[in-house]
Design a protein around this ligand. Structure first.
Ligand SMILES: [Ca+2]
Ligand SMILES: [Ca+2]
Ligand SMILES: [Ca+2]
Length: 285
């Protein structure tokens, strides 16, 4: 019985601030009086210490490192939990793509054929691109530059990484080997170019460019040639992503007054709105 109560505590902690729910939160208050008992009875060692410390239950449970429990998808990475989750750069609709919080969609692709994950992190003082194994081990920095490096995207074969950086004065698309060597600029444009996403066949990128005065979805060959505006719309067109077969591109646009998800053919034709509501819908993948 004690065990059952203790186990229920974990999922209930997320609602610790809501004392009225007798099923999920009462275990917290129930546990308190039995604190001395849990010390000896509860073999679930990890839970016991934090519960004991709950002379003030509410704040303690808030900071208990339990996101692993709340997010089962991360359980396998529990061993390295503290650093596995990159602080998300959430401000996808910002009109100003430069800066830590601006614009970035974040890593636009994650696990690919090489079983590794690229991501961005500010852990070393500014945005850099990192790679790690799928289980969170061997976290390695690939870029080392005081400028912004963000939005890593694997090549389909897992040998290269595309990313955006403003190291040359404004955001441009770069490509590097999977080990961080041979960092090469692909775009050269006074406006910001970012959000690169490799095509499924590895021959092209789609990306966002502000060169026309507002966000447009561009496509180019992997070597930077053949850059073309696919969206051609005075509104912001952002967050493009490929369909798995490379024939279609999903993106978000505020051309209808707020951000909605659209899809188009890979040549920009047939732009069609998929969502219709009064709030923002974005970052289709
Ligand atoms: Ca950097
Ligand atoms: Ca540029
Ligand atoms: Ca546009």
């Amino acid at each position: 019985m004690v065990l059952a109560g203790a186990l229920m505590l974990a999922p209930g902690t997320a609602h610790a601030a809501e004392p009225t729910d007798p099923t999920s939160t009462s275990p917290i208050t129930n546990v308190a009086p039995t604190v001395p008992a849990t010390t000896t009875n509860d073999p679930v060692a990890t839970g016991a210490p934090t519960i004991i410390a709950q002379a003030n239950p509410a704040p303690v449970t808030q900071t208990v490192p339990d996101p692993v429990v709340q997010d089962p998808s991360l359980t396998s990475a529990a061993a390295t939990q503290p650093t596995v989750i990159p602080p998300p750069v959430i401000d996808p609709l910002s009109a100003s793509p430069s800066g830590y919080g601006g614009g970035g969609v974040g890593a636009s692709s994650t696990v690919v054929t090489n079983g590794k994950i690229v991501f961005q992190s500010t852990r070393d003082g500014n945005l850099e691109i990192y790679v790690m194994n799928a289980d969170g081990t061997l976290q390695t920095r690939l870029t080392s530059n005081p400028a912004i490096d963000r939005e890593a995207s694997w090549s389909p074969d897992g040998t290269k990484v595309a990313f955006a950086s403003d190291r040359d004065g404004n955001l441009e698309i770069y490509v590097m080997n999977a080990d961080g060597t041979a960092q090469t600029r692909v775009t050269t444009n006074a406006a910001d170019d970012f959000e690169p996403v490799w095509s499924p066949d590895g021959t092209k990128f789609i990306f966002r460019s502000l060169r026309d005065g507002n966000g447009e979805v561009y496509v180019m060959n992997a070597d930077g040639s053949g850059q073309a505006n696919l969206t051609n719309n005075p509104a912001a067109d952002v967050h493009a992503g490929w369909s798995p077969d490379g024939t279609r591109i999903a993106f978000a646009s505020n051309r209808g007054g707020n951000y909605e998800i659209y899809v188009m053919n890979a040549d920009g034709s047939g732009q069609t709105r998929l969502t219709t509501n009064t709030v923002s819908d974005f970052i289709p993948r």
